[in-house]
Design a protein around this ligand. Structure first.
Ligand SMILES: *Cc1c(COP(=O)(O)O)cnc(C)c1O
Ligand code: SF4
Length: 336
């Protein structure tokens, strides 16, 4: 007779199992990549402030034995994070000030951003939300109702952006309910999702997701977040193709990161690869000055990088360089 087995979760979608199996232990990440265990104390110290989290499929795109791998650098906790840097603060974009209540951020005309959840599939070390008090600022906790009331009472809003954290870590039942409730608000036109899951966990793009995302009267827009061409493997390309086949507009935002993509060849290859995948480059963000991310700063290189991109790429493959500044009515375009 077989031993008692734990409750099977084979009914849950593949992406949920992959999410649950993400690497969280710095020692395991180093072992998977044949990296020097001497990196471990630093990784543990920095992970105590903002935990390590990375899906195994993303680790598989890293080069074993290379501590400078551009994908690894985005997720490996380092001692540098524990240093303070001048001007690097906990809430660099003023989100706490702009929060209208129940997870709605209404900073820009016609668009509201809904903080749908605090969770993410990957923990990006440079993230401006690493210090964000999600437990207090989370529309999901309030069952969406207050957020829907806010949006419904403001006819000037035409687009809702689901953000977080990463909204696609929520299950499809909840997201489908939300999408349909939003579609019932007559003045809304577009439903936009800001998510890194189609990049770091492309199995998230399954039929259930496509059904609610493309299944309302709202025009679906998905803004993904990739920083390096190695992130866009065949599985990501396949997920993007399935989204496009259902009429989802795909855009990408990139953060300029020292040691990851502060190199014209990398940014050019990223734009070329995005286009191959049917994803349009959208923003190139100057790093938000968040405490613990000072070592990713590469702003001084932006003018030369933009010049190289403009000289080498068609205009439609050049991302717009921007910075987010508290209190401004839009992302601030950078004059390079
Ligand atoms: C970035 C952002 C948006 C979207 O800006 P777009 O320029 O439309 O991409 C909307 N609301 C908030 C609060 C944002 O930070
Ligand atoms: S996925 Fe986005 S919100 Fe989540 S840690 Fe990375 S950059 Fe931050």
């Amino acid at each position: 007779m077989p031993a008692a087995t734990p409750v099977s979760n084979t009914d849950s979608p593949r992406w949920q199992r992959e999410l649950a199996e993400a690497v969280r232990d710095p020692a395991e990440l180093l072992a998977l990549l044949d990296l020097d265990p001497a990196l471990l104390p630093a990784a543990r110290a920095a992970a105590a402030q903002f935990p390590l989290r990375v899906p195994r499929g993303f680790v598989a795109r890293m080069r074993p034995g290379d501590p400078h791998d551009p994908l690894l650098r985005q997720v490996l906790p380092l001692y540098e994070e524990l240093r303070t840097a001048d001007g690097f603060v906990a809430d660099p974009v003023g989100d706490l000030q702009a929060m209208a209540g129940h997870g709605v951020l209404h900073k820009y005309h016609g668009r509201v951003l809904l903080v749908a959840t605090g969770a993410c599939a990957v923990h990006c070390r440079y993230c401006f939300r690493r210090h964000f008090p999600y437990a207090e600022a989370n529309a999901a906790a309030g069952q969406w109702e207050a957020a829907l009331r806010y949006i419904g009472s403001r006819p000037e809003i035409s687009e809702v952006i689901l953000s977080g954290g990463d909204p696609l870590v929520l299950n499809d039942r909840r997201l489908s309910e939300l999408a349909h409730a939003l579609a019932d608000i007559p003045h809304l036109r577009r439903l936009r999702i800001h998510s890194r899951l189609p990049i770091v966990l492309p199995s998230r793009v399954d039929e259930r997701l496509l059904d609610w995302l493309a299944g309302t009267r709202l025009s679906p827009v998905l803004v993904v977040h990739a920083n390096h061409p190695h992130e866009l493997d065949a599985e990501v390309a396949d997920a993007a193709a399935r989204l496009r086949a259902r009429g989802v507009t795909l855009l990408n935002q990139t953060v300029l990161l020292a040691g990851v993509n502060d190199d014209p060849e990398v940014l050019i290859a990223l734009s070329e690869r995005l286009f191959e995948c049917g994803i349009q480059p959208y923003y190139l963000h100057a790093l938000d000055r968040v405490q613990g991310a000072g070592h990713f700063q590469a702003d001084a290189e932006l003018p030369a990088l933009m010049q190289a991109l403009r000289a080498r790429l068609p205009g439609y493959l050049v991302p717009r360089p921007v910075r987010e500044e508290p209190g401004q009515p839009a992302k601030t375009p950078l004059p390079y």
